[in-house]
Design a protein around this ligand. Structure first.
Ligand code: TMP
Length: 214
């Protein structure tokens, strides 16, 4: 938490982890306690970021995109988002709940797409400046469960990012677990295969402890 009371929490996890449901639940808990919550996401979160999101996920022009261009587009969306939404929100004492942030880049572009660690981490640092989440919640599910859930939910064809094979999502999952092990002070991993209610209870317990919300 900052001096202004601003709280920045990012959610991470692979496709079908159930993080969107948990973000909505956590927002309700904060709002019930009178906190102003900003729900936002990456890629996206600003008009520019939402255009970039379209390019990354749905536009015909995005198919055939090389991993280097993909990395830079995610970073461009993030740079704008940090300066237009996240930093001002934290500075004015809001609770920012962000669906994915820089760890998605480390894991998807770095670990799963196998881009070298150095450009990935330096581009991440350049994009975020000093806006690091106070807490990052990983909603962890085995890749098979996540993909089965995502397939059930998809009303139309999978988007460009959802067309990878199972090994890709296994790397994504392992990438998050490795990051959490390396940075236990920032990360909280919750078992996303549990009932929605139980996952929400575990997350709220962690949040109240971390931010001394009583
Ligand atoms: P989602 O918002 O439905 O989770 O879709 C975002 C997709 O983009 C998802 O497949 C994860 C991927 N992604 C990256 O590869 N790198 C990133 O930095 C971010 C934010 C998302």
């Amino acid at each position: 938490m900052t001096d202004t009371g601003g709280i920045f929490i990012s959610f991470e996890g692979s496709e079908g982890s159930g993080k969107s449901t948990q973000i909505a639940r956590l927002a309700k808990e904060f709002e019930a306690r009178g906190r102003e919550v900003v729900l936002t996401r990456e890629p996206g979160g600003t008009p520019l970021g939402e255009e970039i999101r379209h390019l990354l996920k749905h536009a015909d022009a995005g198919f055939g995109m090389c991993p280097e261009a993909e990395l830079l587009l995610f970073a461009a969306s993030r740079a704008q988002h940090v300066r237009e939404v996240i930093q001002p929100g934290i500075a004015s004492g809001k609770v920012i709940l962000c669906d994915r942030f820089l760890d998605s880049t480390t894991v998807y572009q770095g670990v799963a797409r196998k881009l070298s660690e150095d450009p990935v981490s330096s581009i991440n640092r350049f994009a975020v400046g000093d806006a690091m989440p106070h807490l990052t919640i990983v909603v962890d599910v085995p890749a098979e469960i996540g993909l089965a859930r995502a397939a059930k939910r998809a009303s139309d064809l999978p988007d460009r990012m959802e067309q990878e094979n199972i090994e890709f999502y296994q790397h994504v999952r392992q990438g998050y677990l490795d990051l959490a092990e390396q940075m236990p002070e920032r990360f909280f991993v919750v078992d996303g295969a549990l009932a929605v209610e139980d996952v929400a209870t575990l997350i709220w317990a962690e949040v109240t402890e971390q931010f001394k919300l009583a």
